[in-house]
Write a protein that binds this ligand. Structure first.
Ligand code: 2AM
Ligand code: CA
Length: 268
């Protein structure tokens, strides 16, 4: 170990900072939820609010105050290369469409990685004050209490989560086919509007599984670690290793995973 390595933060230190920063950001987002803020379009359905940017600015400032050499990859066009191999993968506001409509379901998602290894992750819902977190190899928790995925054995008894792509009006991959197929095979499907929270709902056993297309690294980096640390499984739609680009995300309690892969293979 070089002298520089000795000074490097451990996963638990990074988690502590990620928690502190997500709580600060959560307070800002909650305080402004019912106020006037501007809303712009990134695409036909893809919104960005003044608050996505304000939250991201706050996170960038706080990360660099303590870790000036760490990189940051965040949704609102932020890609700062660091010099020590550490990088923060951040969605400052996951659930922007909900937020813009004052529908109070949204989160802050922060993961910290060293090179390609995600070391820790936090997803915070400031409205319910639920904070999901995990450190690699040390389990997952909700407000500091350990969480586990559900023990549901079959798709027939399951409750699933999903979402629809922003380009739904212009793509053949609308997800409506999978939605119909799963609607006929499960106890129900929930569409919360924050993929990071959906993943944490799988981790804590509130949902048994989740699938979605066209997500982004910042939507899934923290949530995927939290699921795995809670005993769940994350893959692509064919059951292969999950790609961090988020293009096809399948997550479950593990027990219903094979059945979900089979349903995703069928066309309507
Ligand atoms: P956002 O609110 O940060 O944009 C909605 O189904 C969920 O998917 C939200 O978490 C939303 O994140 C996320 N999402 C990110 N990129 C998306 C995309 N291209 N299409 C649809 N949803 C996307
Ligand atoms: Ca976002």
């Amino acid at each position: 170990m070089t002298p520089l390595d000795k000074q490097q933060p451990g996963p638990s230190d990074l988690l502590e900072d990620a928690i502190r920063i997500s709580r600060l950001t959560g307070q800002l987002l909650k305080d402004r939820l019912l106020t006037d803020f501007s809303v712009d379009h990134k695409g036909e359905l893809d919104l960005v609010t003044e608050m996505d940017r304000a939250a991201q600015d706050l996170i960038r400032k706080e990360v660099h105050l303590k870790y000036p050499h760490h990189g940051i990859l965040a949704e609102e066009d932020l890609d700062i290369k660091g010099s020590q191999g550490f990088w923060w993968i951040v969605d400052p506001l996951d659930g922007t469409t909900n937020y813009a409509h004052r529908f109070p379901v949204f989160s802050i998602s922060i993961a910290v990685a060293h090179e390609q290894d995600v070391l820790c992750g936090v997803v915070y819902n400031p409205v319910s004050e639920e904070l999901f977190s995990a450190v690699r190899g040390q389990g997952a928790s909700l407000n500091a209490l350990p969480i586990r995925v559900s023990s549901t054995q079959q798709l027939d008894d399951s409750l699933l989560g999903t979402g629809f792509p922003y380009n739904i009006r212009h793509t053949a991959e609308t997800n409506l086919d999978h939605f119909s197929n799963f609607a006929l095979r499960t106890q129900g499907i929930r569409r919360c509007g924050s993929a990071a929270l959906d993943l944490c709902f799988v981790a804590s056993g509130r949902l048994d599984g989740f699938w979605e297309l066209n997500l982004q690294p910042w939507d899934i980096a923290a949530g995927a670690l939290i699921i795995r640390e809670a005993g769940g499984v994350t893959t692509d739609f064919e059951g292969r290793e999950l790609k961090m680009d988020g293009s096809k995300v399948l997550a479950s309690n593990g027990r219903i995973h094979r059945e979900m892969v089979e349903v995703l293979k069928t066309s309507v």
